[in-house]
Design a protein around this ligand. Structure first.
Ligand code: ZN
Length: 341
């Protein structure tokens, strides 16, 4: 089969498209003919070695939508079914899994991280990780929501329980997770403020999703803007995924008893926390890791109902993986870039 692989870590130039053996599904696994695969920041981190050593050559690609094409022994999935893969792979037997928290499985993996992913004509995945795609949802729409949108859903629905009227600050409206968070927070009835590095991205969020308050972080002081918008009160929740560069500001933006919920460290893993304001204002700092099959089912249902609109930047040939990753590194995209193997 055709696949985009890398044999060593490095910049985008290590990605090559070539023929590799078509993978055979093992016990409980299925082979999926990949229709669409999302380009994710995780793919860039895998390629540069930022997430540790991986089996090489490696195929990235965590956000897969396609069709069940072959079954391994004991796999119980209808052949020909259109499916999305819930990318947080799990064992089903550990303490976390038995509690239904499969996203924090003690032996967790992500499709395309230590396992081989979907930048290919075919991918093998556990049958238990598949979620059927509703008839009215396209493969592109499904692939676009399988990772960043379920992460945002898990954060806002499970980790912090957003209530109608809550003030929510979302960083980076143009990112996959940020664009999903804006839509989900609005869906839950929150008053949403979003930041972006360009006015065009903020205008899009306002026109498409009804965002009311945008802050351009390149030319505005985010904490001051939040203070002004909320009448000096601050927000109930900050949706964090940037990390070191923004964490201090995120904490500063909180109202009393407010929560920073975080799922990412794009700008670095170490941040300073003012513990005085943390306890004196009874603030909360909450972690969130990916999402579950149930999160993916819920999100696909929201897409089916038109309540979440997947944001698709572009649909590209597999051979364009290199330029797609370069564009992502330069933050040039708005929404999900999809490869079409
Ligand atoms: Zn487990």
């Amino acid at each position: 089969m055709r696949a985009v692989v890398f044999d060593d870590y490095g910049d985008e130039s290590v990605l090559v498209e070539r023929n590799v053996p078509t993978p055979e599904p093992g016990p409980g696994q299925v082979r999926i003919k990949v229709s669409r695969v999302g380009v994710n920041r995780l793919d860039l981190m895998a390629r540069t070695g930022a997430v540790g050593k991986l089996p090489l050559p490696h195929i990235s690609g965590s956000e897969v939508a396609g069709t069940v094409e072959a079954l391994g022994p004991f796999a119980n999935v209808p052949m020909g079914q259109r499916v999305a893969v819930a990318p947080y792979l799990f064992c089903g037997q550990c303490e976390s899994c038995l509690k239904g928290e499969e996203n924090i499985c003690l032996s967790s993996d992500i499709l395309g991280l230590r396992s081989q992913g979907g930048y290919a004509e075919y991918v093998v995945a556990p049958g238990s990780s598949l979620v059927p795609i509703p008839d009215t949802v396209t493969d592109s729409g499904a692939a676009a929501v399988t990772l960043s949108t379920i992460t945002a859903w898990h954060m806002l629905v499970h980790q912090v329980h957003i209530k109608p009227g809550d003030w929510v600050l979302v960083w980076a409206a143009g990112s996959g997770v940020g664009s999903a968070a804006i839509q989900i927070a609005l869906l839950l009835g929150a008053q949403v403020i979003a930041t972006a590095g360009s006015d065009a991205k903020l205008s899009y969020a306002m026109d498409e999703w009804g965002l009311k308050w945008g802050v351009n972080y390149r030319r505005q002081d985010v904490a001051a803007a939040v203070r002004e918008i909320t009448g000096k009160r601050g927000v109930d929740v900050v949706f964090e995924h940037l990390g070191a560069d923004t964490m201090a500001t995120s904490l500063k933006c909180l109202a009393r008893m407010g929560t920073v919920v975080t799922c990412g460290t794009l700008t670095g893993t170490k941040a300073e926390v003012d513990l005085w304001s943390l306890f004196a204002k009874e603030l909360r700092l909450v972690g969130s890791y990916g999402g579950t099959r149930d999160d993916l089912k819920a999100v696909l249902q929201m897409v089916e109902q038109g309540r979440i609109r997947p944001v698709i930047d572009s649909e590209l040939a597999l051979s364009e993986a290199t330029s797609a990753q370069r564009r992502m590194a330069e933050r040039g995209q708005f929404g999900k870039m999809l490869l079409c193997p």
